[in-house]
Design a protein around this ligand. Sequence first.
Ligand code: ATP
Ligand code: ZN
Length: 286
Amino acid sequence: MMTKLKIAVQKSGRLSEESLRLIKECGIKFNNGKGTLKAEASNFPIEFLFLRDDDIPGYVEDGVADLGIVGENVLVEKSKGLEINKRLGFSKCRLSLAIPKGEKYEGISYFEGKNIATSYPKLLGDYLSKQGINADIHEISGSVEIAPGIGLAEGICDIVSSGSTLFMNGLKEVDVIFNSEAVLVSSPDMDPAKKDILNKLIFRIDAVLNSKNNKYILLNAPNDKVEEIIGILPGMRSPTVLPLAQEGWSSLHSVINEDEFWERIEKLKEAGAEGILVVPIEKMIK
Ligand code: ATP
Ligand code: ZN
């Protein structure tokens, strides 16, 4: 039988859409009808299992799935021995401590002896013990933010993205204990044939992620400025320089990182670059 990888992805929620988009951008084709538990790719040896995110680390540990896409928060909370193969850069969020708005907060010692509600007892427990704080951790599985309002706890530790849920429940964020993003995880003991497929998948994911962080840039410059401009453009190896039909001018092509994009563009203009075009890259193999 042909070897296949089984990948666990969230069935529906904040990870699902982007997980499947990434797989599609890797050129992997599959049909997933609504409500199905499994799907198979037609052009890559991979099978999908659609699960609740909380169950993904456990299924990968037990070998039911070979790999999974899950939030790092859930991974650290649930898993013992999984390897992070790749940080995926989506579903970014933070796990924070919050207390009632009117309370005065002067530091983590606020929580000494207090009662904190959370769905992340392990992450919170580890954090508090590192800080030398003894608190009572009250594990609840959902709607953590209402716990102080109903007198269940004096503070909470929960996922925050904008802070508006906290605000609506009369709470304020006081400390970030963990920053999370989606990660690709696998069991550390995978057989060589599967490892081989995993490496092919990671190669494709890298190409997709690199392309997102980079743009292709084209510009024109008078020949006497080309050297200075090359100094500003980074490029995978070095920029491409082509003569323009107009005497004394050149066209330069290169790749530029999203993070330093605007700063470089300004420098390029100052150095005499004209007609600057910036275009997205679909795949980038380094
Ligand atoms: P499930 O039904 O699969 O158990 P869930 O309700 O537990 O889903 P979601 O709310 O879909 O989980 O969140 C899944 C993951 O997405 C979280 O564990 C976290 O890593 C990330 N996440 C949570 N909230 C946000 C947010 N506001 N913005 C971005 N990512 C988030
Ligand atoms: Zn969940």
